[in-house]
Design a protein around this ligand. Structure first.
Ligand code: HPA
Length: 246
């Protein structure tokens, strides 16, 4: 049984090196996950792959059923999750093409179903989330990045915004004052749901644009798309190297 899952974000609907064994649409008490889970191996390492935005990338970040996705992975025995997503850069240290492995997160999302709690009558339990990302998994990714010659930034605070619209300059200034180094739309509640089910969770955030007000003029969506293609190629190398070591 595979214990490790990769959640692919925008631009990552499949892993080139994944030898697919089977696909399974898992039912959950929270509805359907974004698509069938794909079971297989990468260099003989068993993994489960899930495309967060669906196989056709038709589910935007604010419509993703995060509860169903995380529940489905947990229900098939997954214990560790590496989540990949695209982000905008707030901190000057983060450049387009870098992959940030954040160590903190701030949740600015609204209106998302963000907890498994409240679905039974046994009382609420509280989950520690002081350190949202699993450090052992983070370090495996960071070390793999060195070996794969991928430009990794080994720290940072992920600002999770609701989307689907991009932020205003004032919103990015606020996030910067709060200490965010990157901004993306899918970081929460995925990370906290994983914690509620005691899954080790780490994020590879691929920088595809300077955030609002951080570049020259408005955000260039064409540039974003091409940066996503090249960024996901780097993410694939990083994942392959990471899987070889864990
Ligand atoms: N803002 C929010 N989400 C994003 C961005 C951004 O600038 N870039 C990629 N995902």
């Amino acid at each position: 049984m595979a214990k490790l899952a990769i959640i692919g974000g925008t631009g990552l609907t499949r892993l080139d090196e994944l030898k697919v064994e089977r696909r399974e649409m898992v039912k959950t008490p929270f509805g359907a996950p974004s698509c069938p889970l794909v079971f297989g191996t990468v260099n003989d390492v068993p993994i489960v792959f899930l495309s967060r935005h669906g196989n056709r990338q038709s589910i935007p970040a604010h419509m993703v059923n995060y509860c169903a996705n995380i529940w489905a992975l947990h229900s098939v025995g997954v214990e560790r999750v590496i989540a990949v997503g695209v982000v905008g850069a707030i901190d000057d240290e983060c450049k387009v093409g870098n992959i940030v492995v954040p160590d903190q997160i701030i949740d600015y999302t609204v209106g998302r179903n963000s907890s498994f709690e409240g679905n039974d009558f046994e009382g609420v339990s509280y989950t520690d989330f002081s350190y949202p990302y699993n450090d052992a998994l983070r370090q495996s990714i960071i070390k793999a990045g060195e070996r794969a010659s991928v430009s990794i930034i080994d720290h940072g605070t992920y600002g999770a915004s609701s989307g689907p619209r991009l932020e205003t300059v004032a919103e990015i200034h606020r996030m910067e004052r709060d200490g965010c180094s990157i901004v993306g739309m899918s970081g929460m509640p995925e990370a906290s749901l994983a914690r509620e089910l005691s899954l080790d969770y780490a994020c590879c955030a691929v920088v595809v644009n300077p955030a609002a007000g951080k570049g020259d003029g408005p955000i260039d969506i064409e540039q974003w798309k091409s940066a996503t293609v090249s960024g996901m190629a780097s993410a694939q190398s990083l994942l392959q190297e990471t899987l070889a070591s864990i």
